[in-house]
Ligand binder design. Structure first.
Ligand code: PXP
Length: 396
């Protein structure tokens, strides 16, 4: 029997289910043209997979599946580790049948053992997903899992760097340095996929001059955060950033405190979205990760939603953190289903980025304070490079 199955620190599946997994994976080997190859699946819990993830992949959080290909042996492909606990949590979030989802994760692991990799380039993720869908379609015929996989394009996460707080340091002395323009260029050299600036109503850090010059010189894209305000809308249409992110703003706040409140404001927001779109600017809405907000957002015509990660970032206990992470996971999935491009941000740093960055539906992360704070110590380019590496590492 080429497929070995073991259980570590978890209640074993039923005998019939184990036989079914063996049969389906043997058939998968035949479909892939390598019948009779051997490998082992270890089913375990979140604690143990987290330990493997941390020790071997430097990712300090539980994941659903990890594969360790055997480099030299030709007959033995390697080991797959699947957390049944994580699979159960995700099956609930994505509304999938648990056992079908476990099998889909085994197919995913098997493809990794064969060298498929969704973390590299453009063609490689496409090819891996194509094979996952093929195996699931031919062997599992579970429409919900197939639909879930089809909506799951693998993509490397992008990093948009917010340089507001470089301007905060400048404004601490009402000086002309440090210049957020310089920071933007260095952030790009470190691997930033976009530059974010928040032109606040009180202009406490970023000024119009910063936005204009950054727009002129960066090679990636400019994302302008702003409140819905007549003068700011006029300014945005003149400068034409790639994207405007609409955020709520209170004059007394230290930083953005929460997502846009859309209840009773859909029409006002819809008009702003339309105005910006007409000027060729994409619009993102900064939202709390909840179903109601996403459904209202759909009525505004915005193309992108940025999920507010602040509550996750500020969670004090492990339980609270997990609860917020699940809320983000659920919202990211729903947002994608509703047709939005999904971004996330606020309060993310070098310690808490891993688990959120592993949510596959989130395309881009908007991070400012933590990167600028680290840049003070190690330089902007290095600070961005370190964060970008963490994002790429998380897409396991
Ligand atoms: N996203 C939005 C909408 C924000 O308003 C901010 C803060 O300006 C960020 C992301 C970045 O947050 P942080 O500075 O905590 O990384």
């Amino acid at each position: 029997m080429p497929v070995y199955i073991q259980f570590q620190n978890i209640v074993p599946l039923k005998k019939k289910e184990i036989q079914q997994i063996r049969k389906l994976l043997n058939n998968a080997l035949s479909i892939l043209g390598i019948p009779g190859k051997k490998f082992t699946i270890f089913f375990t819990n979140n604690e143990l997979i987290k330990e493997y993830n941390r020790r071997f992949l430097r990712r300090d959080y539980p994941t659903n599946v990890i594969a360790f290909p055997q480099a030299e042996e030709r007959e033995y492909l390697g080991d797959i580790i699947v957390s049944l606990e994580k699979a159960r949590e995700e099956a609930e979030i994505y509304d999938l049948e648990f056992f079908s989802y476990v099998i889909a994760l085994c197919f995913h692991g098997l493809l990794h053992l064969l060298g498929y990799d969704h973390e590299r380039g453009v063609y490689s993720p496409w090819l891996m997903l194509k094979n996952e869908i093929k195996l699931t379609r031919e062997l599992l015929a579970d429409e919900r899992v197939i639909k879930y996989l089809m909506g799951r394009e693998y993509m490397p996460a992008k990093l948009a760097v917010n340089v507001d707080h470089v301007a905060t340091v400048r404004e601490a002395r009402r000086s002309y340095y440090p210049d957020p323009v310089h920071a933007a260029v260095l952030a790009e050299l470190g691997g930033a996929d976009g530059i974010v600036v928040h032109l606040r109503l009180d202009r406490r850090h970023i000024k119009e001059r910063d936005v204009r010059i950054i727009k002129e010189i960066i090679k990636t894209k400019l994302i302008l955060e702003m409140a819905i305000d007549e003068d700011l809308l006029k300014f945005a249409k003149e400068v034409k950033p790639y994207q405007v992110t609409l955020v709520p703003e209170r004059v007394e706040e230290i930083t953005t405190e929460g997502g846009l409140e859309l209840e009773g404001r859909v029409e006002e927001v819809r008009k702003a979205v339309e105005e910006l779109n007409r000027a060729g600017i994409k619009v993102s809405l900064f939202l709390n990760p909840d179903e109601k907000a996403l459904e209202l957002a759909k009525r505004t015509g915005a193309q992108i939603v940025e999920l507010h990660t602040g509550i996750y970032a500020e969670a004090r206990t492990e339980e609270e953190k997990i609860r917020e992470l699940e809320r983000l996971e659920r919202s990211a999935y729903l947002a994608k289903e509703l047709g939005f491009i999904v971004h996330a941000g606020h309060g993310l740093n070098y310690e808490n980025i891993g688990p959120v960055a592993s949510i596959p539906q989130i395309e881009e992360f908007s991070i400012g304070h933590a990167i600028v704070a680290r840049a003070v110590m190690v330089g902007m380019k290095e600070a961005v490079r370190e964060m970008k590496n963490l994002l790429l590492l998380a897409r396991g």
